[in-house]
Design a protein around this ligand. Structure first.
Ligand code: URP
Ligand code: ZN
Ligand code: ZN
Length: 459
């Protein structure tokens, strides 16, 4: 259905202006002042955006939905995650395909694609996880890149599970360089993690609060330095996921200064939560266990500062949703068995707006850039990440006057808890569209499951 948005204050990564916007056939066809309803075809849906912002649809470049991990499976499906994303203003997701070491990459792509296709209400694409690199995997990775999945994912952590060794890392980066594919990387030194976990457990330190000491900042910084040595020697473009601390950012910046093509991501939990949450009583601290872990509170202003300056390019979630009951609880008596991850897909945009824009830490343009535009550019998402004639009509009419609180009782994510229970949000999407179709209104999903499609990508 054609769409006319009147009286919009359009905010992009670079611009701020008032105009009306008309979209038909899934893309934006006019942005002008004073587009009259009578000029539009019969049946055009008209939305008055007076007093609200019009943002491009937000993009989360790092989510896990189908995720067999640490002896269990993440809770969301494309139905629950897609609804949550849209209600929260996110119109495109990039999911991590995380195959087991013995799995074939093409079969894994079909598995992950099969979960999304026909169900996802928002648009989507994938980072192809490389958990084994041999001749068979290489041939399939070439085919996968040719099919438009133009980014890989490697884990330098999770020894014996998802992690790659240095030979595999080297050849993955060489292949990526040849194919012009970006390699996203989880950077932690897995040997240090394994040894420290064993020492802590042997000393009887089994509670969630010992997760952070098992992988302190130097473990992550060392992982980043390691990746960047390989990126420098292969010439590959790399993207460091969920950077949690100043020390890791500093290593990335050092690499950048040497000429390495590196992008830095922060995820919402590392901007608004600190490690004191892992000390909560009654094992509630397990809700806040993720890797890299939540850090000292003193890290948060430093991460915001890197975000404000643009040193950190993007804000994702690393949405990895596990219930407290029955899943996080698997780690009672041994923190290394707590499934890692903090669900935040639904809350990213509102919390970034509340704690970033409203708190004066970032401006509206950096907000849009970090939560949408930059991910579209880095990962070649055609038509996404901006408001312009010819772009996809992925739009968020955002109400800055809204006030509300987050609760597991009202969220669309499938988990039995919210890491942000009772937190106030200042602002919320009023209307969210994906290629011109209205998918969410005022906290409710009103769209069609299966509307989402695989996003075409360029190098
Ligand atoms: O704790 C996390 N980050 N869980 C999801 C898997 C990953 O490392 O991204
Ligand atoms: Zn990770
Ligand atoms: Zn992740």
């Amino acid at each position: 259905m054609p769409l006319l948005i009147k009286n919009a204050r359009i905010i992009t990564a670079t611009d701020d202006y008032h105009a009306d916007l008309f979209a038909a056939d899934q893309t934006i066809s006019r942005i002008e002042s004073g587009i009259a309803e009578r000029e539009c075809p019969a049946g055009t849906e008209v939305i008055d955006a007076a007093g609200r912002y019009l943002f491009p649809g937000f993009i989360d470049p790092h989510v896990h939905i189908h995720l067999p991990f640490m002896g269990t499976h993440a809770r969301d499906t494309w139905e629950t995650a897609g609804r949550a994303a849209l209600v929260g203003g996110t119109t495109t997701l990039i999911e991590m395909i995380c195959p087991g070491k013995a799995d074939q990459p093409l079969a894994a792509l079909e598995t992950w694609l099969g979960k999304a296709r026909g169900v996802a209400p928002c648009d989507f694409t994938f980072h192809m996880g490389v958990t084994r690199f041999d001749a068979a995997a290489e041939g399939q990775l070439r085919e996968i890149a040719q099919r438009g999945i133009r980014s890989f994912k490697v884990f330098l952590a999770y020894k014996g599970a998802l992690g790659v060794d240095d030979r595999e890392l080297y050849h993955t980066l060489r292949l990526a360089k040849e194919l012009g594919v970006v390699v996203t990387a989880h950077c932690e030194n897995e040997t240090l993690v394994a040894e420290r976990c064993a020492e802590l457990l042997a000393a009887g330190k089994t509670l969630p609060e010992f997760h952070e000491p098992s992988r302190p900042v130097r473990v992550e910084a060392s992982g980043v330095a390691h990746l960047l040595a390989f990126a420098e020697l292969t010439g590959a473009e790399v993207y460091i996921v969920h950077t949690s601390c100043d020390e890791a950012v500093a290593e990335a910046v050092r690499g950048r200064e040497r000429g390495v093509n590196v992008h830095i991501e922060v995820v919402l939990p590392h901007l608004v939560l600190d490690r004191s949450y892992t000390h909560l009583p009654d094992f509630e601290g397990a809700k806040y266990v993720m890797s890299p872990p939540l850090r000292e509170a003193s890290q948060l202003p430093r991460m915001w500062s890197h975000l404000r300056s643009g040193t950190i390019a993007t804000v994702a979630t690393d949405h990895a949703p596990f219930d407290f009951s029955g899943q996080k609880e698997m780690g009672r008596g041994d923190f290394t068995r707590i499934p890692n991850g903090i669900p935040s897909l639904e809350d990213r945009v509102n919390l970034l707006y509340t704690h970033g824009v409203c708190a004066g830490r970032i401006d509206l343009h950096r907000f849009v850039d970090a939560a949408s535009t930059r991910a579209a550019r880095i990962f070649g998402l055609k038509g996404k990440g901006t408001i312009a004639v010819g772009a996809d009509a992925d739009l968020v009419v955002y109400d800055p006057a809204y006030r509300g609180t987050i609760s597991a009782k009202t969220q669309h994510m499938a988990t039995d808890y919210s890491a942000f229970e009772g937190w106030e949000i200042k602002g919320r999407p009023s209307v969210v569209t994906v290629r011109g179709a209205v998918m969410a209104r005022d906290g409710k999903f009103v769209g069609r499951l299966g509307h989402g499609r695989l996003v075409p990508r360029s190098a």
